[in-house]
Design a protein around this ligand. Structure first.
Ligand code: FEO
Ligand code: CA
Ligand code: CA
Ligand code: CA
Length: 591
């Protein structure tokens, strides 16, 4: 087996039991307080529209408030003590039933604009109070909203290519906004990488999508009905607009005027997130996960070393083009516990012009077809990654894949060992040498599932507290692997999920695989995103979509999904929010 971390006990708290309550539960001696809820003003100077509670805000007001469906989360310290900082919060998507009075009836151009304004990223300033709690600093010159309308640069080998040019942008170098921002990470040079995940949901493909659009999951009608009032999302009229999404977006959180940059060298995909390691000679290596059934794991090896900033310059400013040059790989896992990183180079068979890959840009835009041709391993929905730099280990949550082994679908294999995989697993691999190696060894750390389940494939092999559907991962500085879950509301509390409770966050000792439940969320939520302050005494965690889906709020078959968290006002709207988690004795989280 692969090496673990330093000796000594890692998990120092009393576990909490599974919960079906509409509350957040944390261990004795801990407190969790929500801030930065959907609809609070972010703190933009001159624009502080208050939360109304009836969803009556305009699109313009929503663009100055926290968006919906908090996901990836970063803390950027602003002083040496970490008592001031920025929270960088992704807003993955919207529940249009909650976002507007009357939901989607009628569906209007203003509601589309408001939905677009509730997407993207919020950057808000926070400060620690005397009692250890945190407050939003409003207004703040660093506060920022990035939405589905914010101008973003396209950079790297595919920028300006014919596949990225549209009627809105004949240059192929600028795109309005970023969509479905799922996981995030911080880079060693001080920027934040934000992923664009389920992009097909936004586009109408029409009755006859082409082979490329079908491979990428475009449906005749997108789940989000933006195309009805915004022709940019009608893929029949503007097919290349779809190519301008699904990238990793780099944001400089300390420069509100710097446009976000979509880094095409990292490839396009249904990206859950991107996480950076550094080679011994100082080059960035970016690991990328792609959350789709039977999609892939990726690695980008940068060509250039991370630059040291000049006096008076910030590292982010010295590395503005760092991620624009390098080599992209996709993972193949072999049954013998070994694996290979397969390079995607245009012109090298099978990625020839005749096969549809005449140049680097076509490989990066059609990365899924390129990986198919190379024989990459189709995975059980790769979600978050966590990198242990000292041991050159990478952890990956594979959330579930009920279609594994179904007729006409890929069967079980080493890293995806269960048919009808409803429960998910956590995988890890270790590179052969440095992070830019082309070979690795892999093993399964744990398989999730309730040991009481009747079906063998749903039981798992957990030591400690049971859970399902690992999603968010966070490796803390002591070596604890934090695992966050995302079982779907439609499955919770019944069948194979009957005993597992609401979605939750657990701590895992990766040396032993022992798992201990740390937090349970309110009804219908997912727990996602984690950021620890440098003193390790505050943990920020996101609660996404309590009460999901809104249409289930009145469904007597799903009473456990009904939520009015966090305010618990009668008939009030449930709201995604960020939890501030502290120990009442002020000690380190998890110890
Ligand atoms: Fe955005 Fe795969 O979760
Ligand atoms: Ca996720
Ligand atoms: Ca998920
Ligand atoms: Ca979710």
């Amino acid at each position: 087996s692969l090496p673990g971390s330093a000796p000594g006990p890692l998990l120092g708290f009393t576990p909490v039991p599974p919960s079906r309550d509409d509350e957040v539960q944390v261990p004795p001696g801990y407190r969790a307080t929500p801030i930065a809820a959907w609809g609070e003003p972010v703190g933009l100077p001159g624009a502080l529209p208050p939360w109304r509670g009836d969803a009556g805000e305009t699109a313009r007001e929503q663009a100055a408030q926290f968006g919906m469906h908090h996901d990836g989360l970063q803390f950027i310290p602003l002083d040496a003590h970490g008592a001031r900082g920025l929270l960088v919060i992704n807003h993955e998507y919207t529940d249009d039933g909650l976002l507007h009075p009357g939901g989607m009836q009628p569906w209007t151009a203003e509601k589309v604009r408001k939905s677009q304004a509730a997407h993207g990223v919020s950057i808000a300033e926070v400060a620690r109070e005397g009692d250890g709690g945190w407050r939003l600093v409003r207004p703040s010159p660093l506060a920022r909203r990035i939405t589905a309308a914010t101008p973003c640069r396209l950079t790297g080998p595919a920028a300006g290519h014919a596949l990225l040019r549209t009627a809105f942008d004949p240059s192929g170098r600028w795109v309005a906004g970023t969509l479905n921002n799922c996981g995030s990470s911080r880079t060693p040079w001080g920027t934040v990488l934000v992923a664009e995940e389920n992009i097909p949901f936004y586009f109408d493909g029409g009755p006859a999508p082409d082979a490329d659009q079908r491979r990428w999951g475009l449906q005749p009608e997108g789940f989000f009905r933006w195309a009805v009032h915004d022709e940019r999302f009608d893929a029949r009229r503007h097919p290349n607009e779809f190519h301008r999404h699904g990238w990793i977006v780099e944001i400089d959180p300390l420069d509100p005027d710097a446009p976000p940059a979509k880094r095409t060298a990292l490839g396009r995909g249904l990206h859950e997130g991107a996480w950076v390691a550094t080679t011994a000679d100082g080059r960035p290596v970016v690991y990328l996960s792609e959350d789709g059934r039977f999609e892939y794991l990726w690695k980008f090896v940068g060509r250039t070393r991370i630059a040291t900033p000049a006096p008076g310059q910030r590292a982010a400013e010295a590395n503005r083009a760092l991620l624009d040059e390098g080599t992209l790989y996709v993972a193949r896992f072999d049954a013998d516990g070994r694996g290979r990183w397969l390079s995607l180079r245009a012109g090298e068979p099978p990625l020839t012009a005749a096969a549809g890959f005449p140049d680097a840009a076509s490989v990066l835009v059609r990365s899924s077809q390129a990986a198919d041709a190379l024989g990459a391993t189709p995975m059980d929905r790769p979600e978050w990654l966590a990198i242990d730099a000292a041991r050159r280990l990478v952890y990956c949550s594979l959330t579930n894949n009920a279609e594994r082994g179904a007729p006409g679908r890929p069967g079980i294999d080493g890293p995806n060992p269960r048919a009808r995989n409803t429960m998910g697993q956590v995988l890890r691999w270790q590179e052969d040498g440095d992070f830019d190696a082309t070979g690795f060894r892999w093993e399964t750390l744990l398989q999730a599932g309730d040991p009481a389940n009747a079906r063998a494939e749903a039981r798992g092999d957990l030591r400690g507290d049971a859970f399902a559907c690992p999603d968010g991962l966070f490796l803390d500085p002591r070596g604890v692997l934090w695992i966050q879950t995302d079982a779907h509301a439609s499955q919770m509390h019944r069948g194979e999920f009957a005993g597992l409770g609401n979605n939750q966050m657990l701590a895992c000792d990766p040396r032993t695989g022992e798992v201990r439940r740390f937090l349970t969320g309110p009804r219908g939520c997912e727990i996602t995103g984690a950021a620890l302050t440098p003193d390790r005494r505050t943990l920020f965690v996101n609660v996404q979509h309590p009460g999901e889906p809104d249409s289930d709020r009145s469904d007597p078959a799903a009473p456990d999904a009904v939520s009015s968290w966090p305010e618990h006002r009668r008939g009030g709207r449930p709201r995604s929010a960020t939890l501030v988690i502290r120990r009442t004795d002020g000690g380190e989280i998890g110890r």
